[in-house]
Design a protein around this ligand. Structure first.
Ligand code: PLP
Length: 384
């Protein structure tokens, strides 16, 4: 019996060596691999600064803190995302507003964000958390123009999208997380994502002040940097200047992330090849596909299809050893968010999407043979 999951990490001998080397060194945490990983990652996505943290959710929390989200602040995000994209606002006491999705791209619809902004007094909302869902890059140029008009900040949740890009109006390539249009962007190194570090996360930015703030917030709000201290009583001296957290990553996790980052571009090509084969196999059938990003620039963390009998297909695949997954249950319908007044019917396009969506196996080591097996099992169910 086959056992094909929707996502799977890949650990090579080189990855193992990189981790062992760090374990044998003097540093388990706060060592040289963290700065190396940050520098290499910033280069990969084209940002000036990067701050490695313990996971993607911690990255989101620190971003919301650094931007000063406080009780009562209203922030807009998409319902089709992992709950953490919204939770980071709640951690700071803020309120979450959801804008419905574009049924073709499955991303938050900028027109819906505009409607929301126009239907409230100016100043109602403080920021937007767009998500590059599946790895499809949000058009941040368009969103930035809207954000500027309403004086909003942007945190790009790019967990699905390292290496993805869109072409701006000057036909320049804009990589997800490059900090050109959003104040901050975040990534996750959970094993199902492109780069596995066990747990891990990264914040990227081009804003030096935010960068300095994030460095401090990830380690209790404490600094030892002589240029930032109010006074200096000696070599041991530090100041806690803000209420931060322990959101540090370990050096051996950073070593693993760094080693994996070296294969990221090659793996991205493999993901795009897999997506291409699915696209070809399903073209002309009743299966609904995500609109393609310009130049096929999606990073394809996920490959999502839409079918009428989703539960039937999910069960059929399971019976055949294929473990597809659903991304995502709309966040506004989760019991925690219902208590704030959200209910089914509020975001009909997201809810319809949810009733039909299924994420098929998508990971670089998926063989052509296994993919064909998946395609055959899908088509025999859909076409019967
Ligand atoms: C995975 C993910 C997160 C959270 O990352 P963790 O590292 O698991 O905390 C946040 N947003 C999105 C869109 C994700 O896919």
């Amino acid at each position: 019996m086959k056992n094909i999951p929707y996502g799977r990490q890949e650990i090579t001998k080189a990855d193992e060596e990189a981790v062992l080397e760090t374990l044998r060194s003097d540093f388990l945490t706060q060592g040289p691999k963290i700065a190396e990983f940050e520098k290499a990652f910033a280069e990969y996505v084209g940002s000036q600064y990067a701050v490695a943290v313990s996971n993607g959710t911690a990255a989101l929390h620190l971003c919301a803190m650094a931007l000063g989200v406080k009780p009562g602040d209203k922030v807009i995000t998409t319902p089709i995302t992992f709950a953490a994209s919204a939770n980071c606002i709640k951690y700071c006491g803020g309120e979450v507003a959801f804008a419905d999705i574009d049924p073709e791209t499955f991303l938050m619809d900028i027109a819906k964000v505009k409607e929301l902004l126009e239907s409230h007094p100016k100043g109602t909302f403080k920021g937007i958390v767009p998500v590059d869902f599946t790895g499809f890059p949000v058009n941040l140029e368009g969103l930035r123009a809207l954000a500027d008009e309403y004086d909003l900040w942007i945190i790009e949740d790019a967990c699905h999208a390292p290496g993805a890009y869109f072409m701006d109006s000057n036909h320049q390539k804009q990589l997800c997380g490059n900090g050109r249009f959003a104040e901050l962007a975040i990534f996750s190194f959970h094993p199902v994502k492109h780069i596995a570090a066990g747990e891990g996360g990264m914040i990227t930015t081009n804003d030096e002040a935010l960068y300095q703030k994030l460095l401090m917030l990830r380690t209790h709000g404490i600094t030892k940097d002589p240029s930032l201290l109010e006074k200096n009583e000696g070599g041991w001296y530090y100041e806690m200047q803000d209420l931060g957290y322990n959101y540090r990553i370990t050096d051996f996790q950073a070593a693993l992330g760094l080693s994996q980052l070296g294969r990221a571009e090659a793996n991205l090509e493999k993901r795009r090849d897999i997506a291409h084969r699915y696209d070809k196999a399903f073209a002309g059938t009743s299966i609904g596909l995500q609109e393609q990003a310009q130049e096929y620039s999606n990073a394809f963390h996920l490959y999502v299809i839409r079918v009428n009998d989703r539960k039937g297909l999910y069960d059929h695949l399971r019976e055949n050893g294929i473990y597809a997954q659903v991304h995502y249950i709309p966040v506004h319908t989760l019991p925690y968010y219902r208590q704030f007044g959200w209910k089914e019917g509020d975001l009909p396009l997201a809810e319809k999407y949810y009733s039909e969506c299924l994420s098929l196996p998508m990971y670089p080591s998926l063989t052509a043979e296994d993919q064909q097996y998946v395609i055959d099992r899908v088509l025999e169910f859909v076409d019967r």
